[in-house]
Design a protein around this ligand. Structure first.
Ligand code: KG4
Ligand code: ZN
Length: 341
């Protein structure tokens, strides 16, 4: 059978990314991060869409070059349709249409959250070279989402739990902002936490009765705690940065684990995957590996480059849709909120 070559494009938030996949093998995965948001404590949508406009052509040129293919070898273009920032999504969507029209090839629309999950099927994505069997549970934890999903097939995914307020990544980023760290704070908290004592400070875990999460209370209690301590000692943050990061990170991981264990018990599924930016967190990765021993779980952890936003995951999702000939019409437009079907 002839190989299928897909160009994947991701522009839902603040990373402009292009990837080339041939069947399930990634030939190139280029990501341009946007430094413009660093000092704002979060992504500024207007700046993000402008930066996508500037980055998209160079990123695609680099992807083609790295993959060592020409544009005429692409069979279809897969792009993130949503959810995300509308102005950012419009750049990837419009570019895909124009490029596909020029090349006379189909376009494929991809749900960003589905792409995070399907990243597990990229060839060689995890150290064991194994892919999860259906059904498996996936904890998707990113800057915008915290969900537990029952994945029954590539495109048959049931949402069984989610955050009712902030996402786990948001909890990391907001806490980092309180500590005076730049955006995105998650990777920095991860770094400082490695040197800290996770049991030094205790923060309450919100435990909702079902499989849902809540992180907004944690942010508030963290804010009040730090504020009160600063009144007593103005150097409190500097003197306790590592312990603060380790304790906060532990609270977030514990919160996630409680629900993941509950979901595994209720569904009887012991294949557990994680995805999304927060799945890059070393504490979460180690905790899950520990559960492999303790709970008999079979754990699937993506490579770092496929955790945070990337076009490789869009390309693999595009590959599976290409096999079904599930192409989008030229009047397709992005959606900002999730349209989970
Ligand atoms: O999936 P992603 O790149 O974008 C969204 O779809 O939101 O996730 C970004 C989120 C940010 O909140 C960032 O702080 C968090 O992932 N993140 C981390 C780590 N790396 C990225 N959080 C904790 N530890 C990390 N190592
Ligand atoms: Zn994402």
């Amino acid at each position: 059978m002839k190989s299928i070559t897909i160009l994947g494009i991701e522009s839902s938030c603040d990373d402009t990314s292009a990837a080339i996949i041939q069947d399930r093998k990634i030939l190139a995965n280029i990501i341009a991060n946007q430094d413009v948001h660093k000092n704002f404590g979060g992504v500024v949508p207007e700046l993000a869409s402008r930066a996508h406009q500037q980055n998209i052509i160079p990123v695609i040129e680099s992807a083609l070059k790295n993959a060592n293919i020409t544009k005429n070898q692409i069979d279809a273009i897969a792009f993130t349709r949503g959810p995300g920032l509308l102005g950012s999504l419009l750049v990837g969507c419009s570019f895909s249409k124009a490029f596909a029209l020029g090349l006379n090839i189909p376009i494929i629309e991809i749900n960003h959250l589905q792409a995070h999950i399907l990243a597990h099927f990229i060839e060689g994505n995890n150290s064991t070279e194994k892919v999860p069997n259906f059904p498996f549970l996936c904890l998707t934890v990113s800057g915008g989402h915290t969900q537990i999903l029952k994945v029954k097939d590539y495109f048959d995914i049931e949402l069984i739990g989610q955050t009712i307020d902030d996402a786990a990544g948001e909890a990391f980023d907001k806490a980092a902002k309180i500590l005076g760290l730049p955006y995105p704070g998650g990777p920095l908290i991860d770094k400082y936490a490695k040197e800290g004592n996770p049991n030094k400070f205790k923060f309450a875990i919100a435990n909702l009765p079902n499989l849902d999460f809540s992180f907004s209370g944690l942010k508030t209690s963290f804010l009040y705690f730090v504020r009160d301590q600063i009144k007593l000692n103005e150097n409190f943050i500097e003197e306790n940065l590592n312990d603060l990061c380790a304790s906060l990170q532990k609270t977030i991981i514990d919160t996630l684990l409680i629900k993941l264990k509950k979901a595994a018990k209720e569904t009887g599924i012991n294949q557990i995957a994680i995805s999304g930016g927060v799945s890059a967190n070393s504490g979460l990765r180690n905790t899950l590996l520990g559960e492999q021993e303790n709970s008999g779980w079979k754990v699937f952890i993506p490579k770092f480059e496929y955790c945070t936003d990337n076009a490789a995951m869009v390309a693999i999702a595009g590959y599976f849709k290409y096999l079904k000939k599930d192409f989008a019409e030229m009047d397709v437009s992005p959606y900002s909120r999730n349209e989970w079907k």
